[in-house]
Design a protein around this ligand. Structure first.
Ligand code: 9D3
Length: 235
């Protein structure tokens, strides 16, 4: 999977993408993520990338030309047109299912907006899909692009050890995780559930399943109801 991120803040993106699991997967060659500075594609002698909105109003609008020239340059270096996503508060909310589908595509181009938006003409020309990460207001599309990259990348082969990327589809099956404990056995006077120290794997599995049910019912009654529904429906 190849992910191309177009942004006015490439260093902000690079900082996040160089760390942890995504950083390691990139260095190991399982994943290619490249950040492009839209400002590098302006033809303006002052390197400007935004201007006042036609018709008046507050703030600035990102100009079409640098965004388009960035997209063209990235396309020219790829064997086929990348699926182009504009991170926008007006988009459809990202879901695990959509992330999984996107992880099966060969290349994504993620456009991060800033200021009061991007000239509609370039959006009409290049964007296949608009995605939001939820109903709250951020200052730009960079954090959403990083969230999308993380959610998609972890499902690409080699990024996570073993098959844990897909655990939510099998073992987990719509329930929340059971509580975890590690050493020491006694911390601040608190012990660890006895069964976890027993070495009895069938009892441990039973305990964890029961805890998953309990935690889900308590924290996410919506997921719990959906789980029961699916358990009780034939087929
Ligand atoms: C005129 C400014 N806003 C009116 C309320 C619209 C607006 C545009 C751009 C508000 C925020 C932003 C910056 N946010 C994003 O680019 C963004 C976003 C978000 O804010 N929340 C959730 N998902 C996303 S994806 C991109």
């Amino acid at each position: 999977m190849q992910i191309e991120i177009a942004t006015l803040f490439p260093d902000m993106c690079e900082a996040v993408l160089s760390e942890s699991i995504i950083g390691r997967a990139r260095r190991a060659g399982y994943l290619s993520v490249t950040c492009h500075n839209i400002r590098d594609y302006t033809l303006d002698k002052h390197r400007r990338v935004d201007d006042k909105p036609f018709g008046g109003g507050m703030g600035m609008v990102m100009q079409a030309e640098p965004v388009y020239r960035c997209w063209e340059a990235v396309c020219a270096a790829l064997p086929e047109k990348p699926h182009t996503i504009y991170l926008s508060p007006q988009g459809k909310t990202l879901t695990q299912q959509r992330a999984r589908e996107l992880s099966r595509l060969p290349a994504l181009f993620l456009l991060c907006g800033h200021y009061e938006g991007v000239d509609q003409r370039v959006l009409d020309k290049i964007v296949d899909e608009e995605i939001s990460i939820g109903d709250y207001v951020l200052t730009g599309g960079e954090l959403p692009a990083l969230v999308l990259t993380d959610a998609v990348a972890r499902m690409c082969t080699g990024v996570l050890p073993n098959a844990s990327a897909f655990e939510e589809e099998s073992h987990f099956s719509g329930l929340l995780e059971y509580p975890q404990y590690t050493r020491p056995e006694l911390w601040e006077g608190e012990g660890v559930p006895e069964v976890l120290l027993s070495g009895h794997h069938r009892n441990i599995d039973k305990w964890r399943q029961a805890e998953s049910l309990r935690v889900t019912q308590e924290k996410r009654p919506d997921l719990y109801a959906a789980f029961l529904e699916q358990e009780n429906s034939p087929e």
